[in-house]
Ligand binder design. Structure first.
Ligand SMILES: Nc1ncnc2c1ncn2[C@@H]1O[C@H](COP(=O)(O)OP(=O)(O)OP(=O)(O)O)[C@@H](O)[C@H]1O
Ligand SMILES: [Mg+2]
Length: 242
């Protein structure tokens, strides 16, 4: 796609994705998953990517967020050409700048909801008292004040998902990547999560890139990208109006 509604807005993109190709090889079979995608993402905006199962959404998210090296193409995060960094530098970069919400939650089995968040804040250098204040605050925001001392196996699926979301937001990342952030949530909790993501984009200028099948997210998206069979087919404004 040469011209998108976002190619000439005058804003400075925070992420520039250029000609990304990625295949998976197993034996003699090559599965070309991403077939050359180019687009920019902007600070303060929540961009959704939607498309059929297997169309390459999670693969694309992994390439952009420094988890999966592309076969060709570049990803610039601000001025950093991320795939030119050494693996350790990428890890550090991700820790310093990225928040993640994964479909499988990725919670530590032995830690309470509160500890899941404290551990991340400790990594980014927060002092204990400050970390506790922040962690309690974000858990309250996602409606988990009562269960903050429970471990994942004692939490419902939706509660686990909200812990994962609180953890991603706690360090106020500049970039937030989310794979199906509301899939396990009922309407009310889905709404809480959507408004939190939305607020992070607005208030903190976070660049948010989220994979979703959830039509409830559409009114809150600034932009919706559709992908089919590894190719972007549509790229248009979402329902959110200033
Ligand atoms: N680690 C892997 N090894 C081999 N093939 C893979 C791997 N991960 C993904 N694929 C293949 O790449 C294609 C795209 O997968 P991807 O997970 O990006 O799809 P998706 O759009 O996120 O789908 P869903 O909506 O079901 O999550 C699929 O055909 C999948 O089988
Ligand atoms: Mg996926």
């Amino acid at each position: 796609m040469s011209e998108t509604p976002y190619s000439n807005t005058g804003e400075v993109p925070s992420i520039r994705i250029k000609d990304i190709q990625r295949s998976y090889v197993s034996g003699k079979i090559v599965n070309n998953v991403l077939k050359g995608n180019t687009f920019d993402l902007y600070p303060g905006k929540l961009t959704l990517i939607m498309g059929p199962s297997g169309s390459g959404k999670s693969t694309l998210l992994s390439v952009i967020s420094g988890l999966l090296e592309p076969d060709s193409g570049t990803v610039h995060i601000n001025d950093t050409d991320i795939w030119q960094l050494a693996p350790r530098e990428i890890e550090k970069f991700r820790l310093d700048h990225f928040g993640f919400i994964f479909q499988g939650f990725n919670l530590f089995a032995s830690l309470t909801a509160l500890e899941q968040i404290l551990i991340v804040l400790k990594y980014v250098g927060k002092k204990e008292a400050e970390a506790e204040n922040i962690a309690e605050e974000v858990l309250k925001e996602v409606g988990l004040a009562k269960v903050m001392h429970l471990k994942p196996m004692q939490l419902s699926g939706g509660e686990k998902q909200r812990v994962a979301i609180a953890r991603a937001l706690a360090k106020k990342p500049e970039f937030l990547f989310a794979d199906e952030p509301t899939s396990a949530l009922d309407k009310e909790n889905g709404q809480i999560v959507i408004s939190m993501l939305h607020r992070a984009a607005r208030v903190h200028g976070t660049t948010i890139f989220a994979v979703s099948h959830d039509p409830r997210l559409l009114p809150h998206a600034d932009r919706v990208i559709r992908i089919e069979d590894g190719i972007i087919t549509r790229d248009e404004p979402g329902g959110f109006k200033e």
